[in-house]
Design a binder for this molecule. Structure first.
Ligand code: HEC
Length: 208
């Protein structure tokens, strides 16, 4: 009987201790199991623990600060990231600026030059991408006779009439935003690839 009472009191003590550690609220995470697994030692851009004492009880840091201290005192607000300079514009990985011309601004688009230098490899990639994204409607030769084109009808013949003289920027704009019954392709094809397709359309499809 005594043994059962002993086991019982150990169980009660265990449960109450367990429950007592569940009191997380606000900034307090509650009692953590193996806290060093949760707290990053390197500076984190979005984690800001500015109290130098925090985690002192298990700290073995060389700078003698608390284990969880994680702010950068040299930057505003103790951030790890610096705020970008005002009016900073993000560039894509190839260094180009984002394309911001509005859908209706076809005239502005016509003035934009192709930033991708033309060479054989660019042309080969352009061909591949044209086959992948445009042939279904415009046909391999660009005459508007693709299989899907035959169904939806009214697909532009890229080799005919006024289309032959379309400026490169205009074609890029149409691929980007779509036009009339053609849908936008900006979400499927990154800008540099769209320009490669433009090269292919101009050099191969329209030159023949
Ligand atoms: C789903 C079918 C479809 C696909 C895919 C498609 N197009 Fe079109 N495209 C059209 C249709 C339809 C038109 C005629 C739009 C209109 O004037 O209503 C058109 C028009 C055009 C024009 C002429 C724009 C103008 O100023 O009138 C160009 C250039 C063009 N497409 C290029 C492309 C290129 C390059 C691709 C591949 C990235 C492509 N299209 C993919 C259906 C398509």
């Amino acid at each position: 009987m005594k043994r059962i009472a002993f086991i019982y009191s150990i169980a009660v003590a265990g449960i109450s201790l367990g429950l007592a550690s569940c009191n997380a609220e606000g900034d307090y995470p509650g009692t953590e199991y193996a806290p060093q697994m949760y707290h990053s030692i390197p500076y984190e851009p979005l984690s800001q623990i500015r109290n130098e004492e925090e985690g002192m009880w298990l700290s073995n840091r060389e700078d003698e600060k608390g284990e969880f201290y994680n702010s950068n005192p040299n930057n505003p607000y103790g951030m790890t990231m610096r705020e970008p300079v005002a009016n900073t514009v993000p560039r894509s990985t190839d260094g180009s600026l984002p394309y911001r011309l509005r859908v209706a601004d076809l005239e502005g688009a016509a003035l934009v030059e192709n930033p991708i230098e033309l060479d054989d490899q660019v042309l080969a990639e352009g061909q591949q991408l044209y086959l992948q994204y445009c042939t279904s409607c415009h046909g391999a030769g660009g005459e508007g006779d693709g299989k899907v084109g035959a169904v939806i009808g009214g697909v532009a013949n890229l080799k005919g009439g006024a289309y032959i003289d379309l400026p490169e920027g205009h074609i890029f704009h149409v691929i980007t935003h779509g036009k009339g019954r053609m849908g936008a392709h900006a979400s499927q094809i990154p800008a540099d690839r769209r320009w490669k397709i433009v090269h292919y359309v101009k050099q191969e499809i329209q030159a023949q």
